[in-house]
Design a protein around this ligand. Structure first.
Ligand code: BGC
Length: 300
């Protein structure tokens, strides 16, 4: 079977400058076994992803992982009488607003705005409906003896970005994470970078103070590179990931570019990666780093 990739062209109005991220939808969150489970998603062919295509029989498994049930950071069960979510709204300090516009509620459950995934329920995600993340794309130019490396074929400078190896899937990814309740999304991107890529626990007090001052300045100047839905393997018909990705570029390479990276929190590895089209990354991260390369006129 040929897998036709569904592409969502995120309009440049959502993005900074003229960068455009093409996010593949329901490629990684369709088919196969649901992450960290033995639950098989029911097959959904390309033409059946959209809810507007009627399918005679679509009865996917309903799965919510034990690991999220009863957790203080997660929603209650959808049927719990104490669960009174304000869909499509800011609900207390939790945003249930989707960057894609209003989503529908069918049989009391939010419906994934990008279509079918072959599984119902919340899976391993904490929230019903949108789950908001933030991703920092931290870049510097690749240099040898102080000179920027130019890639022969494209004649463009080579960009390097910070990638972490995720503890859950072992894939390389941006050092992003979930937005905490009430937290600004840009602050979450900076915090996640610090937690996952620098491991401040390994720094002395003096190092921490020096780093904090540089860090605050550097992370105050990010550009939004992508805002929207993510083709995340954890998505279900009722719960899905959305993110805002920020580009933070260290032009001279002597701020964050000079930092010793240490994997922390949910990361088991961290490194500077040369950016090109061969790079394989978690979820939709590849499309995001591509957009950063385009914005900075770098080799891809
Ligand atoms: C990750 C982010 C990612 C998001 C959506 C989060 O768990 O930390 O980097 O963009 O999921 O896939």
């Amino acid at each position: 079977m040929t897998i036709k990739t569904l592409l969502l062209l995120v309009s440049s109005s959502l993005l900074n400058k003229s960068s455009t991220a093409m996010i593949a939808t329901h490629v990684k969150c369709r088919g196969g076994v649901y992450p960290r489970s033995t639950i098989q998603r029911v097959p959904v062919v390309d033409d059946e992803v959209s809810w507007s295509t009627e399918i005679k029989k679509y009865d996917p498994p309903d799965y919510t992982a034990q690991s999220v049930i009863g957790k203080p950071w997660a929603d209650l069960d959808i049927a719990d009488p104490n669960f009174k979510p304000k869909w499509n709204s800011i609900d207390g300090n939790v945003s249930r607003v989707s960057y894609l516009g209003d989503y529908s509620i069918v049989n009391g459950r939010p419906l994934n705005p990008m279509g079918r995934t072959g599984i119902k329920g919340r899976g391993v995600l904490g929230r019903w409906g949108p789950n908001h993340a933030a991703d920092p794309v931290v870049t510097r130019w690749k240099k040898t003896d102080g000179k920027v490396n130019i890639q022969e074929n494209s004649s463009r400078p080579i960009l390097q970005f910070v990638a972490i190896k995720r503890r859950d899937t072992g894939e390389w990814a941006l050092p992003g994470g979930m937005v905490d309740p009430g937290e600004r999304v840009s602050a979450a991107a900076a915090r996640e970078f610090q937690e996952e890529a620098t491991n401040s626990l390994l720094m002395s007090q003096a190092e921490k103070e020096a780093w904090q001052a540089k860090f605050n300045k550097f992370f105050s100047g990010g550009d939004v590179i992508y805002k929207g839905y993510v083709d995340d393997p954890r998505n279900t018909d009722n719960s899905w990931m959305e993110t805002v990705a920020y580009s933070f570029h260290d032009e001279s390479g002597d701020t964050v570019g000079a930092l010793q990276l240490h994997a922390g929190d949910d990361a088991v590895g961290v490194r500077w990666v040369d950016l090109d089209r061969q790079v394989q990354l978690y979820a939709s991260h590849q499309a995001i780093v591509k957009a950063v390369a385009e914005k900075l006129n770098a080799h891809y």
